[in-house]
Design a protein around this ligand. Sequence first.
Ligand SMILES: [Zn+2]
Length: 483
Amino acid sequence: MLGDTAPFRIAGNLYFVGTHAKSSHVLATSRGLIMIDCGDDGTVDAILESLDTLGFSVKDVKIILLSHGHSDHSGGARRLRDLSGAEVYMGEDDLKYVGESELGSRFVPDRFLQDGDEIALGETVVSCLATPGHTEGTFSFFFDLVENGMTYRAGMFGGSGTEQLRKPYMNRPDRRVSYLMRGAFFKTLDRLEEEHVDIMIGNHTWQNDQDEKYKRMFESTENPFVDPTEWRKYLDRARKAMWKIIREEEKTEFVNYAHRGASDTRPENTMTAFYEGVALGANGIETDVQMTRDGVPVLFHDDTLLRVTGEPGSVGDYTLAELKKFTVKKDGMIDRIPTLEEFLAAFSWRKLTFAIELKGDGAEEKTADLIYRYGVDCKCVVTSFVLERLRRIRAIAPGLRTGWLKKDFADEDLDAMEAAGVDEVCPRAINVNAERVEEWHARGFNVRPWAVTDDDLMRSAVAAGVDGMTINFPDRLAALLNK
Ligand SMILES: [Zn+2]
């Protein structure tokens, strides 16, 4: 046997024909075979033998679907197309990888997959979902398998690997993977969670514990590949793996959040204050979201307008158009109340981390939507003093990081955070010391104090090992960190 894995029928008309390291599957239909992934050039020999063992001919292969453009899944496509006359379908955005692989630069697929494509052959229909992240043009495949009168939904996540989304890989000059792919990866996970999958297939055999299940196939009358819980668990593991990478990187980057912008010297929560914060050396911006009467998220801290604008009432009493007539004042300087969208349009693309505090109820959905729309979901934390708001934002957008603002944290608070999936402990700076930071870190929480009112508190928080802080004078913190 050329391959290291015997070919076999998984369920219904689905067969495994690949190797241990490089999965390849075929769906046998009345009109020929649909192949999903084909390993690299070296895998093709094993695939040919597998097809032969199962009684198929390579000429039966009519369509080859490629999950993504990395050569371990698509490198054999050219040779298989030559041998079979099949058509090769893949995502257009992955053409750049295929060009660099063994396929040679002249390889052109027969069709570019579009999101939602239904590829049909005989009675089999494969639904193709664009699921970028691992690569720009990754596609995932879903189809029904009928066995013993039961219909099972099978699914393959076309690119679940997170190694390609580590900084050193992304920054390689020959790769230049966009950091937006991390946000895309989380969006993909959100989307795939909505799919029901009874039978998960992998594009590497270890993804779906194939060897183990193959053994169990001979020990039981029940098909071990049928497991409706596996898909969600797998997506959850991928999400955690991605977060682990991001958090490890964050540990080396202390976040100096300009609190409401450079609010010591500029009108707070205005574009003037945000630009000044960046100019003073902040690598993060903290701000507050409230909803206008006509449902627009704007950046404003206080419950009432009086202190910073001199106007009566509160943000929710006015439409955006009315609020835009008011001025935010500080030491003779004036500016307007910005919308969250105006802020993100100006700052989302910069190398900044964002702490966005939900001041009232009802802003969760629009805030999450804008965070995703501007691609800052990987470099932002949504915070609140109200744990229930964090639960709501996690229900809407489970991929977003959250932080609980609280004067101090008792053990039961940490338990509640853990249960709610909250990521960041945000205590008053005065309640922070090295021992407690160590304890919070040991439980997996990020630590970011607030109310850093003077240089002594700033210095002691840095010495205690916090991961960042919100501060009104980011220039002094930047100077301390540079020392
Ligand atoms: Zn890959």
